[in-house]
Design a protein around this ligand. Structure first.
Ligand SMILES: [Zn+2]
Length: 454
C-alpha cells in the first residue's frame, strides 16, 4: 500500500507538469497525504543523517539554498524543497522525489505550518531565524506564532538541536524552553544603528513586558538588546558575524567567529539580511560537522534564489529583483539599494492575492522615503498599483513622475523608455507579482520557470 500510494502521487505530479498545470510542486505530496498521511513520517525516517528545518518570516528560501549548496560541496546527498513549496504538500512532494542515496533533508517550512511538520518530520536541527509582521490576515499577530512555536519547543526531544537568532528578542527568549540550543548573531558593525526603525516588532520583554533597550539594531527589532526591568538580555551567540563589509549590490565579506575558530566568508549576495542567512547556514553546517573550507566554498559560489537579489538580463536591460513582501524585508531591500551608487530606476509591484496577504496596509510601514532622492524614475505595477502610488504620493513623491501600469507586461515594456535600452532597473515585487513577472519574462525567453530550479 505504501508503495502504491507513493507511485500514484508521483504520477499525479508528472501529469500535472505534462498538462502544463504549473509546477506541480505540491500536488503529488498533497495527494499522498490524503492517500496515506503516515507516509510523511515514514519517508522522513529514511533519511539517516537527519533533517534540518528552517523557518522565518524572511530569508528561509535563501538559507535553505545556502545549506544545500554547502552540503553539495561537502558531498552530502540531500533532498530539499528548493522551489519554496513550504507547506505539508510541498515537503511530501520533495520527499517523494528523493533518491535512494539521499540521507539528509533540508527543508524550509512556513511559520504557521512549522509545529505540525516538526511533529511529523522529527527533525534533528531546527533553525528559527526571525519573526516579523507578515500577512496579518493569515497568521494573526506575531504573538500567535510565538505561542505555537513555544508549545512546539516544549515537546521537543533533547536530541533535537535548536539554532536561534540571538538578535531577535522574541525568538531568543524561546531558547530558554529547551536544553539543546545554540545561538547565532551579528556582532558590532558599522551597518548597525542605534535607532529603532518604526517597522520594528517585539520591542517588549517576553518575560516581564518591560521595554527593551538596544545598543545596536540591524534589521527591524533585531540587534543587541536587553530588558530594562529584568535580567533578560541577548544570549551570547556561539556563531557571530564580525568584520562585516558590504560591497554595494555585489555581496559581502565577513568572518564567522566561534569559540574555536574564525572563518572568512566571501558572499556574492548583497545586504545585511544575507549575513544573517549565511550565519544560520554556517551554524547548521558546523553542527553536522561540515568543514569550514566547504562552508566557504558553498557560500562563495551562491547564486540568488528565485527573485531574491536575482539579476536577470531582459532584452539588454539589467533587472535586479528584490522580493519585498513585508515591512522588515522591504526596508532591508531599500537599505541594500542605498549601498549602490548614483540614481536608480525603480519599479514596485504590489499584489494582494492569498500568497501575498490581502491586507496591503503594510506598505505604510515601509520607509520608502529613504530612497526618494535617489530615484531617477519610478514605475508602479500590480493589482494594487494605485494603493502603492498613493503611498508614494502622500509622502511627497510628485504624482506626475509616477508611471503606473497594472499589467506586468505593460510595465516591462515601459522600462526601456525610462532606463535606456541597456540600463539597470531595480524591481521590488510582492510574491505573486514576482510570479507574474517571471511568467512574462519566461514568455520573452528570458528566464526559466521557477519550478525547474533544483
Ligand atoms: Zn524583562
Amino acid at each position: 500500500m505504501r508503495h502504491i500510494a507513493r507511485f500514484l502521487a508521483k504520477t499525479a505530479g508528472q501529469l500535472s507538469r505534462v498538462l502544463g498545470r504549473g509546477g506541480g510542486t505540491s500536488i503529488p505530496g498533497t495527494l499522498l497525504m490524503k492517500l496515506r498521511p503516515r507516509t510523511l513520517q515514514e519517508m522522513a525516517r529514511e533519511l539517516d543523517q537527519g533533517i534540518v528545518v528552517i523557518s522565518a518570516t524572511n530569508g528561509k528560501t535563501t538559507t535553505t539554498r545556502m545549506i544545500s549548496n554547502i552540503a553539495q560541496k561537502s558531498g552530502f546527498s540531500y533532498v530539499t524543497n528548493a522551489s519554496g513549496a513550504n507547506l505539508t504538500g510541498g515537503i511530501a512532494s520533495a520527499l517523494l522525489e528523493k533518491n535512494p542515496e539521499d540521507s539528509f533533508g533540508i527543508f524550509e517550512i512556513d511559520e504557521a505550518a512549522l509545529p505540525d511538520l516538526v511533529n511529523q518530520l522529527e527533525p534533528t536541527i531546527i533553525i528559527l531565524m526571525n519573526l516579523f509582521r507578515d500577512q496579518l490576515d493569515r497568521y494573526g499577530e506575531l504573538e500567535t506564532t510565538l505561542l505555537k512555536w513555544a508549545e512546539m519547543i516544549r515537546t521537543l526531544p533533547a536530541t533535537t538541536k535548536l539554532l536561534i537568532n540571538a538578535d531577535d528578542p522574541a525568538l531568543a527568549y524561546l531558547g530558554a524552553l529547551h536544553t539543546n540550543v545554540e545561538f547565532f548573531g551579528v556582532g558590532e558593525t558599522q551597518y548597525g544603528s542605534s535607532e529603532i526603525p518604526h517597522a520594528a516588532d517585539s520591542l517588549y520583554c517576553q518575560k516581564c513586558d518591560g521595554a527593551l533597550l538596544f545598543s545596536q539594531t540591524t534589521i527591524g527589532q533585531m540587534g543587541h538588546w536587553k530588558c530594562q526591568k529584568c535580567d533578560l538580555e541577548r544570549p551570547e551567540p556561539s556563531y557571530t558575524a564580525t568584520a562585516i563589509t558590504l560591497k554595494e549590490l555585489k555581496g559581502a565579506e565577513f568572518k564567522v567567529t566561534t569559540a574555536l575558530s574564525t572563518t572568512d566568508i566571501h558572499l556574492p549576495l548583497a545586504g545585511l539580511h544575507n549575513i544573517y542567512n549565511a550565519l544560520a547556514a554556517c551554524a547548521v553546517c558546523a553542527t553536522v560537522n561540515i568543514s569550514s573550507s566547504h562552508i566557504q566554498e558553498g557560500l562563495g559560489s551562491m547564486r540568488a534564489a528565485f527573485g531574491r537579489n536575482e539579476v536577470i538580463d531582459y532584452q539588454g536591460l539589467e533587472l535586479l529583483l528584490l522580493l519585498a513582501k513585508n515591512p522588515a524585508g522591504a526596508n532591508q531591500n531599500l537599505k541594500t539599494v542605498l549601498l549602490s551608487q548614483g540614481k536608480i530606476h525603480l519599479a514596485v509591484l504590489l499584489n494582494d492575492r492569498t500568497a501575498d496577504g490581502q491586507d496591503v496596509s503594510w506598505i505604510w510601514d515601509v520607509d520608502y522615503e529613504m530612497i526618494f532622492d535617489r530615484i531617477a524614475s519610478l514605475s508602479i505595477g500590480g493589482d494594487r498599483a494605485y494603493d502603492m502610488a498613493l503611498r508614494f504620493y502622500y509622502s511627497g513623491f510628485p504624482l506626475d513622475q509616477i508611471h503606473i501600469a497594472t499589467k506586468v507586461k505593460d510595465l516591462l515594456s515601459h522600462l526601456p523608455t525610462v532606463a535606456g535600452s541597456n540600463g539597470k532597473v531595480i524591481i521590488m515585487p510582492t510574491y505573486t507579482a514576482m510570479l507574474d513577472l517571471r511568467s512574462e519574462l519566461s514568455k520573452a525567453g528570458t528566464t526559466h520557470s521557477f519550478w525547474e530550479e533544483k
